[in-house]
Every structure is written in structure tokens, then in C-alpha cells.
Ligand binder design. Structure first.
Ligand code: F6P
Length: 357
């Protein structure tokens, strides 16, 4: 008999259910007796002992469903060591529930913050196997996270739809793409959607270069321009601020997001009409695309293999087109960012895309 606990933590994304189904099918089909506990709403469920027993039928019909059947929540790693409002030691509570249920392993699906806590639990002596989820694709140790490709499709579709109206009106359009502090989602959706200017956090922009790129297009007869702007995009001036200066800058910041600031500056400096579209959480919603269904299922199945072999303390990742196991200790606390000198950036520039640098 093996007893496994499973939870999904942090912002949701497409294919979480597909990944859990992959793990469960891999375990149930191995011919062993399995007891599967699904902790509700991320680490909260593990802390407060809220879970449901999962049987094979719970994994039927969920391959294509978005969201997570277990629910999720954000529990910042930096507060994990702080007692809750009733003085409960959260880390001790998680360990207590793990041992109380005599679990052999925890399967944790999450992004960066989730992996820091997963590694903490490993350090505390629990058996942990993790799976890399996030639309941001910013998890170190894996070339790809599930949810990413589905989100790229949605952001691309948004840019596609903006194209026709931008062309009719001869306007400048900004589509703000999620991705937190990294630009993978914006870079890929921007290229797929044929954006003329792509702004990502890894390449701080100069507003004058952006305006020049728009004017160059006008001179060549293009009436409209589309910018794909990462929510974390940053100007060269702001990138040069010290931590303290940046804090002050943000405290006085008057825009809802960076796209509105860029829009204002383009209007002010060029007199052009600018509109902003923010697809926001639609990028995380709905069914996983076919890539993510296959990808998450594969990672899930491989996670079940590790569990059956008793190999714990790993994230199941993807490197050079192979599914691999990556030590959790190596993954936790590292951010994967777009390399400004990578070939994809060079190729995008060859296509005439401006990065505002
Ligand atoms: O990490 C996924 C993500 O969607 C980011 O792209 C975004 O910055 C953030 O989560 C939004 O978080 P929340 O759903 O908590 O508003």
C-alpha cells in the first residue's frame, strides 16, 4: 500500500488537472494498492488538515478541464515560518498532518513560490515530488512548464483580434501580457501574433526608441502598430534605480500598470492615438491546449514512476526535449529569465521586431 498526498498551490493554470490525472493513472495502473489524499486549496489544506480521498473515478473526464479540482491559494514562502493568526506553526502543522496520515510522499504542483516551500518540506524530512506549473515559464530547471503553451495561445489570439481593429483605425495598440517578472509569455505571444514591438523585463526599454519604431512604420506606410508589453516591462531609467529609489518610485506610481504609462508617453510625445488591452487572467483560464494536455500527462506519469521507485526530492522537468528529474534543492529560489542574447531574440530582431532597446 502506498499513501500519497497531492496539492496544487499558487496561481492556477491550464493542465493542472491533466497533470494530476497523469500521476494518479500512473499509480493506479501500476497494480499497487494506492490511497490518494487530495489537499484542498494548496498548502492551506495540508496545514489545516483539509483533504478529500481521491479514487480513480475522480480522474475521469478531467483531462480537458481548466483550473484545479483541488483548489489553490497563494501562501507566500516568506511567511511560512510565521505563525498563523491563532499562533499555529504552519510548517509543524504540515509535518503533523503528513505523519498523521502516514503518507509516503507528497506530490506538489506549483511554480516558484510553491517550490521554495516544497523544498523546505523536503529539508524538514518529508518525501516530496513536484511538477512545474505556471503560465510564466519562469521555473528554473525545466525548459517548459505546463500552462505556458495554453497561455501563449490565448495571448496570441488576443493580439490577432486586436490586429484587425488596429488596422481599421490606424491606431497604436498595446496588449499587456502576463508573466510576472519574466518575458517568455510576451515574447512568444508577441512573435506568434506578429507584434511590431515587444517589451520584456529582461530588456529595459527606451521610450524614444519605441516612438522611433512606430514612426518608422508610419513612414513605410503602416497606419497601425501593435506592442506586446509584458506586465513586468521596465524602462531603462527605472531599471537603473536602487532598491530604495525603486520603492519610492512605486509608492508614487499613478498608473494601473506599465502599459498605461507607455501609452501616455507615446500619446504625449507623438500625438498618436493609443489604446490598451489587458487580457489578464483570461490567459490562465479555460481548457489546456493539446500540447499542455500531452505535456502535463507525461510529466504526471513520470512523477508516478519516481514515487513507485521511492525516488523523492525531485521536480519532474523537461530539458532538451527529454523528461528529466531535477533535484528540488537546485530548483528552489531560482528564477529562469529570457536571455537577451539568446538566438530567439536575435531572430526576432532580424524579423524587424523592436524591443525598444
Ligand atoms: O504566476 C502566474 C501569474 O498569472 C502571473 O503571470 C501574474 O503576475 C500573477 O500570477 C497574478 O497573480 P494573481 O492571480 O494572484 O493576481
Amino acid at each position: 500500500m502506498i499513501r500519497i498526498g497531492m496539492l496544487t498551490s499558487g496561481g492556477d493554470c491550464q493542465a493542472l488537472n491533466a497533470a494530476m490525472r497523469g500521476v494518479a493513472k500512473g499509480l493506479f495502473n501500476a497494480g499497487k494498492e494506492v490511497e490518494l489524499f487530495g489537499f484542498l486549496d494548496g498548502y492551506k489544506g495540508l496545514i489545516y488538515g483539509k483533504y478529500k480521498m481521491l479514487s480513480p473515478s475522480d480522474f475521469s473526464g478531467i483531462l480537458t478541464k481548466g483550473g484545479t479540482m483541488l483548489g489553490s491559494s497563494r501562501m507566500p514562502f516568506k511567511n511560512m515560518r510565521d505563525p498563523d493568526e491563532n499562533g499555529l506553526d504552519k510548517v509543524e502543522a504540515m509535518k503533523h498532518n503528513y505523519y498523521k496520515l502516514s503518507l509516503d510522499c507528497l506530490v506538489i504542483l506549483g511554480g516558484n513560490g510553491t517550490h521554495k516551500t516544497a523544498n523546505l518540506l523536503r529539508e524538514e524530512g518529508l518525501n516530496v515530488v513536484t511538477l512545474p506549473k505556471t503560465i510564466d515559464n519562469d521555473l528554473w530547471g525545466t525548459d517548459m512548464t505546463f500552462g505556458f503553451q495554453s497561455a501563449v495561445d490565448i495571448a496570441t489570439q488576443c493580439i490577432d483580434q486586436i490586429h484587425t481593429t488596429a488596422a481599421s483605425h490606424g491606431r497604436v495598440f498595446i496588449v499587456e501580457v502576463m508573466g510576472h517578472k519574466v518575458g517568455y509569455l510576451t515574447l512568444n505571444a508577441g512573435m506568434a501574433g506578429g507584434a511590431d514591438i515587444i517589451l520584456i523585463p529582461e530588456i529595459p526599454y527606451d521610450i524614444n526608441k519605441i516612438i522611433k519604431a512606430i514612426q518608422k512604420r508610419s513612414e513605410r506606410g503602416s497606419k497601425f502598430t501593435i506592442l506586446a508589453v509584458a506586465e513586468g516591462a521596465i524602462s531603462k531609467e527605472v531599471a537603473a534605480l536602487s532598491k530604495k529609489e525603486y520603492k519610492k518610485y512605486m509608492a508614487d506610481y499613478k498608473y494601473p500598470s506599465v502599459s498605461y504609462e507607455i501609452a501616455d508617453k507615446i500619446k504625449e510625445k507623438s500625438g498618436m492615438e493609443v489604446r490598451v488591452t489587458v487580457p489578464g487572467h483570461t490567459q490562465r483560464g479555460g481548457s489546456p491546449n493539446s500540447y499542455d494536455r500531452v505535456f502535463a500527462s507525461r510529466l504526471g506519469a513520470e512523477a508516478s514512476k519516481l514515487i513507485l521507485k521511492g525516488e523523492y526530492g525531485y521536480m519532474v522537468g523537461y530539458q532538451n526535449r527529454e523528461v528529466v528529474k531535477v533535484p528540488l534543492a537546485d530548483v528552489a529560489g531560482k528564477l529562469k529569465m529570457v536571455d537577451p542574447d539568446s538566438t530567439i531574440i536575435k531572430e526576432a530582431k532580424m524579423l524587424g521586431i523592436s524591443f525598444g532597446d
